[in-house]
Design a binder for this molecule. Structure first.
Ligand SMILES: O=C(O)CCC(=O)C(=O)O
Length: 268
């Protein structure tokens, strides 16, 4: 990224809570990820899930880098963590988890409107995802859609089940996700259509969804959950399980436990 485009990306990310980074990955890393994904789908972890029931296939799994060296080498060697640091200005990037989210052909399951922050045992501001599609994604084939600027609304929302679209938990400190169709100006809805090699970087408080994948092709995505040095371990009873319990006390920085490796540090 040039100095000017880096500045432009940071301004857009800060204002919108999402930015598409075009052409971050070349064919070699995309091929590497495709092979790694096949390996992970064949050998799911105890946290692996299938959300779509008998309506196709919507697979998810987490902590891929801890089980598969090919994912670890992707995170540390492909330049993806540096790209994230350049886009955010962070001086240290820690991997909270990496996941796969695959919608098989003819899986008409929308991913419901939600934001990620309330799913995770974290506090702090620099909490981001970088979503990496391995297939062309359009508005109706599983592209992500965002509500511009919703990371700045100062709200925490009940986490949704990806299976049913219902609230997973209704913790009193959180609000129901608003009815986006009713309250958001269509001009403030951003559909992040991508081709393989592009990545979508978004803040954990930005509301987002994805369409189902009713067509004949797969919609394969890997997503890295990356955090900055201000982020602390904040276990709460209703957050998602981790693959193993970190030896961290509440309030400690994530990087103090090997579950959360530092994948980049420096001045981007
Ligand atoms: O890939 C999807 O369908 C949803 C992705 C998502 O919600 C996320 O990565 O936070």
């Amino acid at each position: 990224m040039t100095q000017n485009s880096r500045f432009d990306v940071r301004v857009r990310l800060a204002a919108d809570g999402v930015v598409t980074l075009p052409g971050v990955l070349g064919p070699d890393w995309l091929g590497h990820l495709e092979r790694a994904l096949d390996e992970a789908l064949a050998r799911p972890s105890p946290l692996g899930q299938q959300f779509a029931g008998d309506r196709g296939g919507f697979h998810s799994d987490l902590y891929l880098s801890h089980a598969f060296p090919a994912f670890r080498s992707f995170v540390t060697e492909s330049g993806i963590a540096r790209a994230m640091a350049e886009a955010t200005g962070l001086s240290q990037v820690v991997l909270f988890t990496d996941e796969l989210l695959v919608k098989e052909p003819r899986t008409p399951i929308d991913t419901p409107w939600h934001h990620d922050y309330s799913y995770w045992p974290l506090s702090g501001e620099a909490v981001y995802s970088i979503w990496i599609p391995l297939d062309d994604v359009r508005r109706d084939t599983g592209a992500l859609e965002f509500v511009r600027g919703s990371h700045l609304w100062g709200q925490a929302y009940h986490p949704k089940s990806f299976d049913t679209g219902a609230d997973r938990v209704t913790h009193a400190a959180e609000q129901p996700v608003p009815d986006v169709d009713a309250v958001v100006d269509p001009a403030d809805r951003i559909v992040a259509e991508c081709e393989p090699g592009d990545c979508v970087l978004f803040h954990a408080r930005t509301l987002h969804r994805a369409s189902g994948n009713p067509g004949p092709g797969r919609r394969r995505a890997i997503v890295l959950r990356l955090v900055g040095p201000d982020v602390r371990f904040d276990p709460r009873p209703h957050t998602l399980p981790l693959i193993w319990a970190p030896r961290l006390s509440p309030g400690e920085p994530l990087a103090a436990d090997p579950l959360f490796p530092t994948v980049w540090s420096g001045v981007a």
